[in-house]
Design a protein around this ligand. Sequence first.
Ligand SMILES: [Zn+2]
Length: 242
Amino acid sequence: MGTLPFFDDSEIRRVLCVVAHPDDMEYGASAAVARWTAQGISVSYLLLTAGEAGMRSLSPEEVAPLLTQEQRAACQEVGVQDLTVLGLPDGMLQPDLETRRHIARQIRKTRPDLVLTQPWELQMGWGLNHADHRAAGLATVDAVRDADNPWVFRELLEDEGLEPWGTDWLLVANAEPSHLIDVSGEPAEPAIRSLQAHEAYLAGLGDHPDPREMIEGMTSAAAQHSADAAASHALGVAAYRM
Ligand SMILES: [Zn+2]
């Protein structure tokens, strides 16, 4: 990896984060969100599913409202007011036109300078990536382009009055990084609390590592790739200019 530059977020005003499940933002990405909201940047979350198929011992009908409630608490920790849970089928997410249309709609509504999503690779450093994560990442890449094309999903403009919107940056959190986001100091703490907010979900997993150790560990490991010795914690992102 070597030394990585910091991502310049000085011109960013609005951010939209698109992920598959409740808790997906809380494995590092929410530290960047805490940094941004502290700077007055407005951040919206779009969760494609309610994560209802995520707890083996509880039925989807019980799990969906529980995880949505935990996500709301996680959002509060990092200053996010705008949470949309789409409710596409958990475990069966597809990067198809329907999913792309949903994401493009949200991009045109929220008009972000930056869209953040999750990696679409099959193989991750920690093992094999989840099907929904791959679908969410891939659909988001395409939807960023769709949102800017007046001739794709014409009904968004014609029926809903949503004008095309060009996003400047696409960031993929926890992918092979091209840049770092400095989350030293304050941002790491709300990020830890945002992962802790998924209390029932983490308890259901049983063998989940301690959220503090996990977030501390990953952000301090990423900071080793910074040329700035003052940066003790960082999030690695793959940044694409759109
Ligand atoms: Zn997930």
